[in-house]
Design a protein around this ligand. Structure first.
Ligand SMILES: [Zn+2]
Length: 319
């Protein structure tokens, strides 16, 4: 019998761990939200407890598992198994996450950036099946990417390759990224920019048709509200979606020029903004790429659902 994979998606709000068959189906999973208050050691112990419970509640032994893959929402020093930094969780500055977790088990542990894990998941089980090369771009509260070349994750020197969110697409932008630079793709087009974009449109004199109270707190603007706005034909929401989509279009145009990949997969929460958003991204891309596309390139949306992070982390064991 092929061994079962274990995946851990360590997020800034949600921690999910699960047992996954080698074909990507989930055998069992646990999802918790109360890890956020814990420090690094506390989180490692919590993950250990959850995995041991999953193993026993599914009638398995630790040795039935191939290993444990962990997707981390930040920079990872891949070879050493250290986390470098994350803006989504307390601590984890230069922390030996891989070996600390491995100390609680007798099976191997792999640690990688969560976007890398999801890119590899797309290759094994998703839209990337049958491809050798692909780029996965995730657009949610942040923007990350994973590069798969020759069916392997390309990690660069340290392990931080694929940080397309911090490539600069507009040096004159009004928006500052979490990294401190002006005009990063992430600073221009991720979910975290929606409040500032909304406020700026209103300050510039645009009228929203959304029924917002007079003392509305713009920090509450998120993808969900913008989606409501789109559905209601709100001009502010529609313009924000177009602006953000244009930046993503520029981003994938840059990716196209660097890698000439046959496939770019877009994932993440903002893809829920639907066809208007996605089609505008494609339009912008083709407007820039014009007659420089010599072979067909597929730009598609990820079909992986809410468990993509977890399955991706497990898929790390198949690399
Ligand atoms: Zn940045």
């Amino acid at each position: 019998m092929e061994k079962i994979l274990c995946g851990v998606d360590l997020g800034g709000t949600k921690l999910s761990a699960g047992l996954v068959y080698p074909d990507g189906r989930i055998l069992g999973k646990s999802v918790v939200y109360d890890h956020v208050a814990l420090d690094e050691e506390g989180i490692v112990n919590y993950i250990t407890l959850i995995i041991k419970q999953l193993i026993s509640s599914n009638g398995l032994n630790e040795t039935d598992l191939e290993g444990i893959g962990v997707g981390f929402p930040g920079h990872v020093r891949y070879r050493d198994g250290y986390t470098i930094t994350t803006s989504n969780l307390k601590g984890f500055k230069s922390y030996p996450l891989r070996d600390t977790l491995a100390g609680n088990f007798r099976i191997p542990v792999r640690l990688d950036n969560d976007a890398n894990a999801q890119a590899f998941c797309e290759l094994k089980f998703g839209a990337g099946k049958g491809y050798d090369d692909l780029i996965f771009l995730t657009v949610s509260s942040g923007i990350g990417a994973g590069i798969v070349l020759n069916r392997k994750i390309y990690r660069g020197m340290t392990g931080t390759a694929g940080e397309f969110g911090h490539t600069i697409v507009d040096p004159d932008s009004d928006f500052i990224c979490t990294c401190g630079n002006r005009g990063c793709l992430m600073g221009c087009a991720c979910g975290l920019t929606l409040p500032a974009r909304f406020r700026k449109k209103i300050e510039d004199g645009m009228q929203t048709s959304l029924p917002l109270p007079g003392d509305f707190d713009y920090s509450r603007v998120d993808g969900q509200l913008i989606l409501q706005g789109l559905e209601a034909g709100d001009p502010v929401s529609m313009e924000i979606v177009r602006d953000c989509a244009d930046y993503i279009g520029i981003g994938i145009y840059n990716i196209f020029q660097v890698f000439n990949p046959p496939l770019i997969i877009l994932g993440g929460g903002l893809m829920n903004l639907g066809d208007l958003y996605f089609n505008r991204i494609l339009e912008k891309f083709h407007e820039l790429a014009r007659d420089m596309i010599y072979d067909p390139i597929a730009i598609v949306r990820s079909e992986a659902g809410a468990d993509a992070g977890l399955i991706g982390a497990a898929a790390l064991l198949l690399e």
